[in-house]
Design a protein around this ligand. Structure first.
Ligand code: NAD
Ligand code: IPM
Ligand code: MN
Length: 343
């Protein structure tokens, strides 16, 4: 049995970290992965006027999983064009509504909080909300200009992501934090609170807390160990997971899985970070976030042993102090250390 994986390295550090992650995954699961690389990126846009071919989504549909590095090169292509042309349509078209982002410290990583023992699973709604793309601008460039960006929250969308969160909480420490801003946003977020309470009745074994997004930001810094599963909307989840990355040592450590729980289409795995143009040519991108994402992919494919081996190799690497200090070790050296730890 082999799995067909679509690789989209993308832009900037997306390329070296994808290469590292796949090399590690191939070694952890010899002969199991058959990869096809799609060089879709901002360069593709400059050459063709599109981030991916018109039939790009259909091309990806037949794969067992997608692995993506990072998309975006704002000096050449506006971010709103590149991201709405590649990453965001994949999440939406393949109904990858659950974006799972774990935040915990690997052994030996000195997070800025110098605080260990937290294990947060952020679950971000990934297909609607603030990223619906609905809106517009009028009187552009005039003093009367108005820009509107409409958030769309559907009962189907809110219920399924919260239910996913409750199920995860049940498998973990039984705690769910539901994140809103329902003190200021009186339609969508009050609706989100109501759905949370309706589902809570079905999960009496899960302890539910409601947090406003500002308050949970402070809690993630001050008392991260008090949190278990955190469920948030698309934008709030995006922001919270860069904060989560920061408390786990930096963006080089934060992994993610864009999951289609019904498996009606492929899921996609990618680090939380972007293309990092500031360090893209220096050879110092930390590949750990991407390698961790590859471990999440193996787990999703049903290869729990290979996934656990990758996570153990990451832990063995950071425990030796390799890859733990931003900029200190080269991508290549960190990758070699992880590969060696697999032996
Ligand atoms: P970024 O995540 O690319 O970088 C933020 C900071 O973190 C930078 O200083 C960078 O050097 C550092 N950093 C990120 N990943 C690192 C790693 N693995 N190792 C070491 N340092 C790392 O965010 P940004 O600068 O806001 O965005 C750059 C581009 O990437 C933009 O075009 C943005 O839209 C895009 N982006 C894409 C994705 C994605 O494809 N999933 C995610 C975030 C941002
Ligand atoms: C992420 C990224 C993307 C998002 C951007 C690049 C559109 O920040 O995956 O966290 O906001 O979803
Ligand atoms: Mn983000």
């Amino acid at each position: 049995m082999t799995y067909r994986i679509a690789l989209i390295p993308g832009d900037g550090i997306g390329r070296p970290v994808t290469e590292a992650a796949i090399e590690v995954a191939q070694k952890a699961a010899p002969d199991l992965l058959e990869t096809v690389t799609f060089p879709w990126s901002c360069e593709t846009y400059l050459q063709t006027g599109r981030m991916m071919p018109e039939d790009g989504i259909e091309t990806l549909r037949s794969f067992d999983a997608i692995f993506l590095g990072a998309v975006g090169w704002p000096a050449l292509v506006p971010d709103a064009v590149s991201l709405h042309g590649l990453l965001l349509p994949i999440r939406k078209a393949f109904v990858q509504y659950a974006n799972i982002r774990p935040h915990r410290l690997l052994p030996g990583v000195q997070g800025p909080l110098r605080k260990e023992g937290f294990d947060i699973l952020c679950i971000r709604e990934n297909t609607e909300g603030e990223y619906s793309g609905a809106g517009g601008r009028v009187h552009v460039g005039t003093p009367d200009e108005v820009a509107v960006e409409t958030s769309v929250f559907t009962r189907v969308g809110v219920e399924r992501i919260l239910r996913f969160g409750f199920e995860q909480a049940r498998k973990r420490r039984g705690k769910l934090a539901s994140v809103t801003k329902s003190n200021a946003q009186k339609y969508s977020m009050v609706f989100w609170d109501e759905v949370t309470d309706q589902l809570a009745a079905e999960y009496p074994d899960v302890e539910v807390s409601h947090y406003h997004v500002d308050a949970i930001c402070a809690r993630m810094v001050m008392a991260p160990e008090s949190l278990d599963v955190v469920v948030a909307s698309n934008l709030f989840g995006d922001i919270l997971t860069d904060l989560g990355a920061a408390i786990q040592g930096g963006l080089g450590f934060a992994a993610s899985a864009n999951i289609n729980p019904s498996r009606s289409a492929p899921s996609m795995f990618e680090p939380v970070h972007g293309s990092a143009p500031d360090i893209a040519h220096l050879g110092i991108a930390n590949p750990i976030a991407a390698i961790w994402s590859a471990a999440m992919m193996m787990d999703h494919l049903g290869e729990a042993v290979a996934s656990a081996r990758i996570m153990a190799a990451l832990g063995a690497t950071t425990a030796q102090g390799i890859g733990t200090v931003p900029g200190q070790d080269r991508t290549e050296a960190i990758t070699r250390a992880v590969l060696a730890a697999l032996d």
